[in-house]
Ligand binder design. Structure first.
Ligand code: ATP
Ligand code: NI
Length: 332
């Protein structure tokens, strides 16, 4: 196994609003190796996008990174090294409609990125822009390069966004819900494209989604995030075969039906709490079918739950020998 390309260690990103401090990312650790696709999955509001923004140095006031390290190729980015690694990490957002500027041709938007990151201009830049459009599977790239975003379908727009993200020749592509705004067929095509790029360019991917179906399709390893904390980490197959955290099990039960994409099994009742205080309990306890009294006054440690060969961890008292939840269940 190669060294990690990116290591996130005990990351804490806090938003200081007038009323409270929102601990959006509360001690998150995970890593990504070269050429690996790593998932970050959790419900809305769990801290996925703030994690992504933290990695890219894009957290804005009233938010700030208050603790932790983001080590890229051995260098801690939080020590103000983002500028030096600008272009090594790129991001693709959910909605291509808002990522693209409607008044510029797609070619000009790619060329702007090429100018900033690679110093390319003129004919050279146009040629590279066409190459990038070809690389993301846009047919008739020589013609498309002159077109405006509204002349393209949503799927083609997202390909353009990916082309722009690739213009700086990144090592890591952070994809924040890259297919959520697309229909199922187009979604599958974009996932295929990202997989091809990973194989061909040895690109590492951080795949952010709330959709376990996408995780299964697109990742090698996965981190499950809940209320700002990673509650389970495992190789993707193992997470699906042997989910260790009750929250992961609940997420797996809410995978959309394969037949009718509109038909969803009941999602988990209740909402992700917004963490405003340091955790003194399990933040999932209120929604957890397995919770016992100890879950409400003990913050679970991250425990090794794997078979020794694989890295599989979960933060749940069910896996902590010091507690016996089943003997003392909470009346629900
Ligand atoms: N600018 C901000 N000011 C205050 N709170 C914020 C800000 N941005 C995010 N948060 C809070 O941080 C928490 C995590 O938000 P985040 O956007 O990371 O969730 P997410 O997992 O990406 O959800 P979604 O799936 O809806 O995109 C939420 O409680 C959110 O309200
Ligand atoms: Ni988000």
């Amino acid at each position: 196994m190669s060294d990690p390309l990116l290591e996130v260690r005990n990351l804490r990103t806090v938003f200081h609003t007038e009323r409270e401090a929102i601990h959006a990312v509360d001690g998150v650790s995970f890593d990504i190796r070269e050429g690996e696709s790593v998932g970050l999955v959790g419900e809305s509001g769990s801290g996925k996008s703030v994690t992504a923004r933290s990695i890219l140095g894009l957290v804005e006031r009233p938010g700030s990174i208050e603790n932790g390290e983001i080590v890229f190729r051995g260098e801690d980015l939080t020590e103000d090294n983002w500028e030096r690694h600008r272009g090594d990490i790129s991001i693709v957002f959910q909605n291509p409609g808002t990522s693209l500027n409607p008044v510029y041709t797609v070619g000009n938007q790619i060329k702007e990125a090429l100018k900033i990151h690679e110093g390319l201009r003129g004919k050279e830049a146009t040629e590279r822009a066409i190459e990038l459009l070809e690389a993301v599977g846009i047919p008739d790239a020589g013609i498309r390069v002159e077109e405006y975003p509204h002349q393209l379908s949503g799927g083609m727009q997202q390909r353009v966004v990916i082309a722009i993200a690739l213009a700086c020749d990144p090592d890591l592509l952070v994809c924040d819900e890259p297919t959520t705004a697309l229909d199922v067929t187009t979604q599958a095509q974009i996932l295929d494209l990202l997989e091809d790029l990973r194989r061909e360019e040895n690109l590492s991917l951080l795949f952010i989604t709330h959709d376990m179906g996408v995780i299964e399709e697109a990742t090698d390893r996965v981190n499950v995030i809940y209320a700002g904390e990673i509650v389970e980490t495992a190789p993707t197959e193992q997470l699906f075969d042997e989910p260790a955290h009750p929250y992961t099990r609940a997420l797996l039960e809410s995978i959309p039906g394969q037949v009718d994409p509109d038909e969803r099994l009941p999602t988990i009742e209740g909402e992700v709490p917004t963490p405003t205080e340091p955790a003194t309990d399990c933040r999932f306890a209120d929604r957890c079918p397995a919770a016992g009294p100890a879950c409400r006054n003990t913050h679970p440690d991250t425990m090794d739950v794997g078979d020794g060969d694989t890295e599989h961890t979960a933060a749940c008292l069910l896996h902590d020998g010091r507690y016996h939840l089943e003997e003392d269940p909470v009346e629900q």
